[in-house]
Design a protein around this ligand. Structure first.
Ligand code: HEM
Length: 148
């Protein structure tokens, strides 16, 4: 029951996080470029920011619970790593990169964002979206046990 609940939370968080970023790269950034104004980006970041952060926290919390389900004995798993261990390591590497990108955007790009710097923001948003889809694919691979 707990495992099933964790899966539901993980899927809900995933849909919210990735869906929000698809809206940014597919709707908000093109509109901002057309209007040569950062207003829509700033407005969206202000309203979606707390939702996105909550979704990311749900991912980390439920992800840790799911990882414990797959790897109940961490020491044994590190001595004789299975495919799941490598896939989880890949997830953690992707997550770390995403958090670094988000922190950089939050502290360096968004404050004082100008129309000229929209392409830089867009590149960040695209990279975050692609890496997040990578997290989804790697996560699904855990359940599927590989692709062969
Ligand atoms: C934005 C971040 C993340 C996204 C978008 C994401 C997405 C996903 C998706 C879509 C699945 C497939 C679920 C299924 O097969 O039903 C999955 C599985 C999984 N994820 Fe994540 N994940 C994220 C972060 C994390 C983190 C931080 C951890 C670990 C600390 C983690 C651990 C797992 C595990 C263990 C599974 C396998 C669950 C299972 O199918 O039994 N995930 N993830």
């Amino acid at each position: 029951m707990t495992f099933k609940l964790l899966i539901l939370l993980h899927l809900l968080g995933s849909a919210t996080w990735i869906g929000g970023h698809v809206v940014v790269v597919g709707v908000i950034v093109p509109a901002a470029k057309r209007a040569r104004s950062v207003a829509r980006i700033v407005e969206f970041e202000r309203s979606f920011g707390p939702i996105g952060l909550a979704a990311l926290l749900v991912q980390v919390g439920s992800g840790i619970g799911l990882a414990h389900h797959w790897i109940p004995d961490v020491r044994a798993a590190l001595i004789a790593p299975t495919l799941v261990v490598y896939l989880l390591a890949a997830k953690l590497a992707l997550l770390t990169t995403i958090i670094a990108l988000a922190a950089h955007a939050h502290h360096r790009i968004l404050p004082g964002l100008t129309a000229e710097r929209i392409p830089s923001f867009a590149a960040h948003a695209w990279l975050t979206t692609l890496l997040s889809v990578g997290l989804l694919v790697v996560g699904a691979t855990i359940r599927l046990g590989g692709w062969t």
